[in-house]
Design a protein around this ligand. Structure first.
Ligand code: GDP
Length: 202
């Protein structure tokens, strides 16, 4: 449904359906799922809110690392957006980091309906070591990714960046990875993202 019709689902109801802090709390969902992951403070909550045209669906937190659970949002009863907890927050104790890994691993291993993982990268900072680790992990579990640069309003992005990043990702084994530039401040990339998610709706 990668067309205007598909985008319409984001004008319909969006509701929080479940939150999980441990594997046993993960809901069993047969609908297609699309996930969002990135470093704490990358702008993930803002972007989910922008895509879903809601102010407060995903909480925009000014305390990085506070949202330590996987949140599931149902869109138009057709698609599930999965908000994975942020990583790379320096003040998080190692025990909590291990719990993050355990939960994410369990989710990745047990989610055949997870169609796409949007990996968010702060456009001002670029791809960092822990982003690469997450990319490798997703590759290991055969998950398709889409790379999304956030806060594009804050920097002047150089020409040819998308191609450069695509080539880089191809060298890591991601041959068909889409790259999107986005901003929750001015809405750049929102429609492209909506279209990319809607294609998984049956
Ligand atoms: P999360 O921790 O990844 O969920 O990030 P948030 O959505 O809570 O955003 C973290 C901070 O970045 C907040 O202060 C937001 O207002 C800011 N922010 C998020 N998206 C954008 C954006 O597109 N442009 C700008 N300039 N700031 C943003």
């Amino acid at each position: 449904m990668a067309n205007e019709l598909g985008v319409k689902i984001f004008r319909q109801e969006a509701t929080f359906i479940a939150g999980a802090t441990k594997p046993s709390q993960l809901p069993k969902i047969s609908l297609p799922q699309v996930a969002f992951v990135g470093k704490s403070n990358v702008g993930k909550s803002s972007l989910i809110n922008t895509i879903c045209r809601r102010k407060n669906l995903a909480r925009v937190s000014h305390t990085p690392g506070r949202t330590r659970q996987i949140n599931f949002f149902l869109i138009a009863e057709k698609l599930v957006i999965v908000d994975l907890p942020g990583y790379g927050f320096a003040k998080v104790p190692s025990k909590e980091k291990q719990n993050w890994e355990k939960l994410i691993l369990h989710y990745l291993q047990n989610s055949p309906n997870l169609k796409l993982v949007n990996l968010l990268i702060d456009a001002r900072r670029g791809i960092k070591e822990n982003d690469l680790k997450v990319m490798q992990l997703l590759h290991l579990y055969d998950k398709q990714i889409q790379l999304v640069f956030t806060k594009a309003d804050k920097v002047k992005l150089k020409e040819g960046l998308k191609e450069e990043v695509k080539n880089y990702l191809a060298s890591l084994g991601y041959l068909l990875c889409n790259v999107v530039l986005s901003s929750s401040k001015n809405g750049v990339g929102a429609k492209e993202l909506q279209l990319s998610l809607a294609q998984y709706v049956k």
